[in-house]
Design a protein around this ligand. Structure first.
Ligand code: ZN
Length: 497
């Protein structure tokens, strides 16, 4: 039996704002000292009142505009009531029936996945479970609470159940992360819990009759999103095959066992007794400058991919790397623009297009393989690079013109990376320039042939490996600086004369 999977995602992302959602406390996800960024408002003391963080609202509107949503004219906040130790007020301020953004979509490999809504709420505190208890001698376990995260602005995006596979769900989450980073509204690092996914998964035999929905929580990596949905589709199919019923419930994902497990029967919206937040007036979005927010949206990944492919004729893989590493992609374009300037400013005709394409390819190769591994080794961000685009362009030109060998290029790049120095200075300082002058090389080749008449004769008599010996002598004489390709060409020309 084949079943039709129906998958929807709910994705939370912490917003990158200075302050918290409803108070002036610092929003600092890296703060390790517990309960430092707290105040009576985010601790839910009686008599305190919330005020709305404007930047957080703008961030959600920006995300909505970037995902094709319409922005609600009037939006409002509601209280979602439940008890949990990480929720000091006993309710979470969220948005129920009037979210900020509605009816958008994202295209994933040609499939349109609709976005039902994006709303704004506040994050909860964090529970820390310790073995041994507050006093280690007690031998008991204990749970501690850190409210630094309580009240941090949290965006929630809910998709329609348009996703058709575990793989597609993962791709959706990855694309959303990329968009949030392009917009600069969230770091969306899943490892740090800045982005968290939940999946609604059901299967049915008949498209008209949807199956029973199971919600899977605790998906803290892209891998978990994919694996957990795969597991859940399989589990549900096996239940139906065995003639059993699927229970509507919330299940957790056990990363180590790679299994979902039942957590609780699914609660309904009415269980939370939502009601309008009496301490906040409805939010009139016409008070926000939507045109200005729109103008701040940079070129998004789904526009950048086809443009990079067409403009620079790069492979799909190269495009994906330069698009997913936003800063590196930006740097790449700055280098290309320096190269264009170099090409048009010289006292000669511009390079033929195919030659310029070769330079672009060279740039992409050195950026993606060599520069990226230097960045990965050091853990530095591309935006902090010491190498100016101008110097990187000069470096690429030096390779293209054969001024330096590929071996010297690696040494020079490493030096540039560390100090930001000029590539031509490093080349001179370290004596790394490559000898590519054919006249000069020919002179050396002639000398070496004259000095080694036996090897030359051997070669002419058919001993082809005598050529290697001669080439080695030439390299030694030029201290390894001769362009090996030119040496080979001249040597075989002179030996076959
Ligand atoms: Zn506070």
């Amino acid at each position: 039996m084949t079943y039709r999977p129906t998958i929807g995602l709910e994705i939370h992302a912490e917003l990158k704002t200075n302050g918290k959602m409803f108070c002036g406390c610092l929003n600092d996800p890296d703060e390790r000292h517990p309960n430092l960024n707290v105040c009576p408002i985010c601790l839910g003391h009686p008599g305190t009142l919330p005020t709305i963080n404007k930047k957080a609202v703008e961030s959600v509107i920006k995300t909505g505009l970037a995902t094709g949503c319409r922005i609600a004219g009037v939006s409002k906040f509601d209280r979602k009531n439940y008890f949990y130790p990480d929720l000091p007020k006993g309710y979470q301020i969220s948005q129920y029936d009037k979210p900020l953004c509605l009816d958008g979509f994202l295209e994933i490999s040609g499939d349109k996945i609709r976005v039902r809504r994006i709303h704004l709420e506040e994050d909860t505190g964090r529970l820390v479970h310790v073995q041994g208890g507050p006093s280690a001698s007690s031998g008991q376990s204990a749970s501690l609470i850190d409210f630094n995260r309580a009240g941090v602005p949290l965006m929630e995006l809910v998709t329609e159940p348009d996703i058709k596979s575990a793989r597609e769900a993962r791709k959706f989450a990855e694309e959303l992360q990329l968009i949030l980073r392009y917009l600069g509204v969230s770091s969306a690092d899943m490892e740090k819990g800045e982005m968290r996914c939940e999946a609604n998964v059901s299967i049915s035999e008949d498209a008209a009759k949807p199956g029973v929905k199971v919600e899977v929580k605790n998906l803290n990596s892209f891998k978990s999103v994919e694996r957990a949905i795969e597991y859940e589709l399989q589990r549900q199919a096996e239940l139906l095959e065995a003639g059993e019923k699927i229970v509507q419930e919330t299940r957790g994902w056990d990363e180590n066992k790679e299994k979902t497990f039942s957590q609780r029967l699914k609660e309904e919206a009415h269980d939370y007794r939502y009601f309008p937040e009496p301490d906040l007036p409805p939010l009139n979005t016409s008070l926000f400058d939507l045109e200005k927010i729109k103008a701040e949206i940079p070129e998004l990944p789904h526009y950048r991919r086809p443009r990079f492919k067409e403009e620079y004729k790069l492979s799909d893989e190269q495009v994906e790397i330069l698009v997913s590493e936003k800063e590196l992609g930006h740097y790449f374009e700055q280098v290309i623009s320096e190269l264009k300037e170099w090409d048009s400013s010289r006292h000669r005709a511009k390079l033929a297009p195919e030659h310029f394409d070769a330079i672009i390819k060279l740039t992409a190769n050195y950026l993606i393989s060599d520069l990226m591994s230097l960045l990965n080794e050091s853990g530095d961000a591309a935006k902090d690079l010491l190498i100016t685009p101008e110097n990187f362009a000069e470096f690429v030109v030096m390779i293209h013109q054969g001024d330096i060998s590929s071996k010297a290029a690696k040494i020079i790049l490493k030096e540039m990376y560390g100090s930001g120095a000029d590539p031509s200075h490093i080349m001179e300082e370290k004596g790394l320039s490559q000898l590519s002058d054919t006249g000069e090389i020919e002179k050396v080749v002639k000398e070496v042939i004259d000095l080694n008449p036996k090897a030359a004769a051997d070669y002419r008599a058919g001993q082809k490996n005598a050529m290697q010996f001669l080439a080695g002598q030439i390299m030694a004489k030029t201290k390894g600086r001769a362009n090996p390709q030119i040496v080979q060409e001249i040597l075989s020309k002179l030996l076959t004369e």
